[in-house]
Design a protein around this ligand. Structure first.
Ligand code: DGL
Length: 287
């Protein structure tokens, strides 16, 4: 069973959810977090809806069994679009917050009423996106670009890449959207938030780059408030504990927020590097 001090669980097929975790930490500094990357199931964006649903439900079930969180954030557009109902049905009584492309804020920004969405193939093809577009941007043209190569770049090659390599990686998708005259680009895959700055640099000053990290963090905070589940660790912190992350860790000096991976084996240099960059300590393999 969970309570106020239970962790909040973040889930993605890989490292895409990490910028979302970071935004939630900023808004909810008293909370503890756990993060699961479905390393064994990655990538989701080129798989069938049924396969994505089975992978996401299974991985989240294992994470919930292991960490008894008070809330789950699906920090993956593809898993949310294709599997949020199945995930909710499998986790009764738990707060589940999804992540979908930020079409509503994009529609508020677009002057030319043309919005680019760059995401996985599965996410751009999903009916869910069509539903979002007709709900929030009915008078806008939506330019949908699926970029599996960019997902792979972020997951496997981002760390250690040069700025030039990163700019080259985002360029084809950005150009395809600019050719269609968009003035707003929605980062509809969580992996792409690691390249927000590069998207902005290639698109130029006339184009807004929009993502959903602050919206997801705000939604998480309001769901915790609705359920009376905001963490109380902050009270301890103001009571003389200067750094919760170090003070609450199993091992002194290690961050208390934990990283899990599906599949076998240690995190290796890539996940190890991301764990270090985002202040997570390696906690083991699931299920
Ligand atoms: N990060 C994911 C998303 O937001 C999916 C990446 C993948 O596994 O293809 O859609």
């Amino acid at each position: 069973m969970h309570d106020l001090d239970s962790p909040i669980a973040f889930f993605d097929s890989g490292v895409g959810g990490l910028p979302y975790l970071e935004a939630a930490r900023r808004l909810l500094p008293a909370e503890r977090f756990v993060y699961l990357a479905d390393r064994a199931g990655f990538p989701y964006g080129t798989k069938s809806p049924e396969r994505v649903r089975d992978l996401a439900v299974g991985a989240i079930r294992a994470l919930v069994a292991k960490t008894a969180p008070k809330a789950v954030v699906i920090a993956c557009n593809t898993a949310t679009e294709l599997a949020v109902d199945a995930i909710r049905a499998d986790t009764p009584g738990l707060i589940v917050v999804g992540t979908v492309p930020a079409i509503k804020p994009a529609a508020a920004l677009s002057r030319v009423r043309r919005i680019g969405v760059v995401a996985t193939e599965a996410a751009v093809a999903a009916d869910y996106l069509t539903g979002l577009a007709s709900a929030w941007a009915a008078d806008c043209e939506l330019v949908r670009i699926g970029d599996a190569g960019l997902v792979d770049f972020v997951e496997r090659r981002l760390l250690g890449s040069t700025r030039d390599e990163r700019l080259r990686a985002v360029a084809p998708s950005v150009r395809a959207m600019l050719e269609r005259g968009v003035d707003v680009i929605v980062l509809g895959c969580t992996h792409f938030l690691h390249l927000s700055e590069e998207f902005g640099a290639v698109a130029g000053p006339g184009v807004s780059i929009v993502d959903s990290r602050d919206g997801v963090a705000a939604r998480l905070a309001s769901r915790l408030d609705e359920e009376g589940l905001r963490g109380s660790v902050g009270a301890r912190r103001t009571g003389g504990c200067p750094d919760r992350r170090d003070a609450e860790s199993d091992r002194p000096g290690e961050p208390s927020d934990r990283l899990f991976l599906t599949g076998a084996g240690d995190p290796g240099p890539v996940y190890g590097g991301f764990a270090e960059r985002f202040g997570l300590s390696w906690a083991g393999c699931l299920p």
